[in-house]
Structure formats: structure tokens, C-alpha cells
Design a protein around this ligand. Structure first.
Ligand SMILES: C[S@@+](CC[C@H](N)C(=O)[O-])C[C@H]1O[C@@H](n2cnc3c(N)ncnc32)[C@H](O)[C@@H]1O
Length: 190
């Protein structure tokens, strides 16, 4: 079946963003390139030590956050449907000497169960900053998050929504809580 026009347009948008976000007015990669990448304050406050853990980073863009986890000793799989984003993530991982710890998969989120046949093996599924607002089916997104988590290993979802609190954000919370793995959850509208 051919891809819907809205989805092709959205992916083209993210394809174009990669070069911009890697440029001088894009992401600040200073701490990452120095070997100790920092998340935003709101994320740092929520994160727990990840050393030795397995993390799945959905909609990882060019992998800057994925690689911060790798720098902290985790093994990371990042997934994104933008080919330029995944190419850039792989290049950055090599450049930073993290290719052994970080694998990047080019696939649509909804194809993740087939693209990453590693159900129930991750200690954390990480999805932040402008990710879920593009998705047409937030219930399926939550099912996929739960599918990949080790049973009873999930400590919380940090739900960051770009726009004003949306139906998508609220639905996301409800669906995720309903899966039975979640013991804590925060939602910040940015
Ligand atoms: C705002 S960016 C995420 C940025 C990321 N949280 C960060 O801080 O680097 C949104 C990402 O979602 C990806 N994306 C959007 N819809 C997707 C889908 N259906 N499947 C996989 N990736 C998707 C885009 O390609 C883009 O890289």
C-alpha cells in the first residue's frame, strides 16, 4: 500500500531537519562530543543510572540522546523513519567511538516489532521532545513501548509534548498506564 501524503510530507520534513539540526544553529552537541552528553534539566531530574542497561530510543532523530545513554554505559537501539537521520546517527556513533554500544534502525515506529525482533528485552524505552505528536495511533504507540519492555521493569514515562496539552498526550498516558508496566508517569507540555 502506498504511503499517505501526510506521512511522506512529515518524513520529508524530518529528512530536511537533520542537516539543519547538525548545523551551527542546531543541536548543541558540545557535551556529547566531549564525552559526557547531558540531557535537559527536566530529563536529568527524571533519569536513573543506566549503566549496563538496554535502552530502546524510539524516534531517535540523529541519535544524540541515544548516544548520551551509550556514554553512560548503556547499550542502545535507536529507531527512526528518516533515512538521513539514521545515516547521521550511525556516523556520529562511529565518530564518537560508540558504534559497539549503539545500533540504529531505519524503520517506521509501527514496524518496530518486526524491525527489532527483541520483545521484552529492554530496561527502558525512551521517547521525548516532539515525538508522539506526529503519530496517528497513540494506543498502538503505547502497545509498542510495552512490547519492548522487560516485564515489570518500567519505572515511568516522561511524556513531553511540544504543543499545548493535546488529546494525543492524554490518550498516550492512559494507554501506557493501561498496559500494566508503568508505575510512574509525568507529562509536561512544552
Ligand atoms: C522532534 S524529532 C525527535 C527529536 C528527539 N526527541 C531528539 O531530542 O533528538 C521527531 C522524530 O520523529 C521521527 N518520526 C516521526 N514519525 C515517525 C514514525 N512514524 N516512525 C519513526 N520515526 C518517526 C522523525 O523522523 C524525527 O526524527
Amino acid at each position: 500500500m502506498s504511503e499517505p501524503a501526510w506521512k511522506a510530507a512529515n518524513r520529508a520534513h524530518w529528512d530536511e531537519k537533520v542537516i539543519l539540526h547538525l548545523g551551527p544553529r542546531g543541536y548543541d552537541l558540545t557535551s556529547l562530543r566531549a564525552g559526557h552528553g547531558r540531557f535537559t534539566a527536566i530529563e536529568e531530574a527524571e533519569l536513573w543510572p543506566v549503566d549496563g542497561g538496554r535502552i530502546l530510543h524510539l524516534q531517535c532523530h540523529f541519535g544524540s540522546d541515544s548516544l548520551k545513554f551509550a556514554q553512560r554505559g548503556a547499550t542502545v537501539v535507536g529507531l527512526d523513519f528518516s533515512a538521513p537521520a539514521i545515516d547521521a546517527a550511525r556516523r556520529l556513533a562511529s565518530e564518537l567511538g560508540l558504534a559497539d554500544q549503539a545500533r540504529f534502525v531505519h524503520a517506521d515506529l509501527y514496524d518496530a516489532p518486526a524491525a527489532i525482533p527483541e520483545a521484552a528485552t529492554f530496561d527502558m524505552v525512551f521517547v521525548t521532545w516532539g515525538a508522539i505528536c506526529w503519530l496517528p495511533d497513540i494506543y498502538r504507540w503505547a502497545e509498542i513501548v510495552c512490547l519492548f519492555l522487560k516485564p515489570a521493569r518500567f519505572r515511568g514515562i516522561q511524556c513531553l509534548v511540544w504543543t499545548t496539552p493535546s488529546k494525543q498526550g492524554r490518550f498516550g498516558m492512559c494507554a501506557a498506564v493501561g498496559c500494566g508496566h508503568v508505575s510512574g508517569l509525568r507529562c509536561a507540555a512544552l
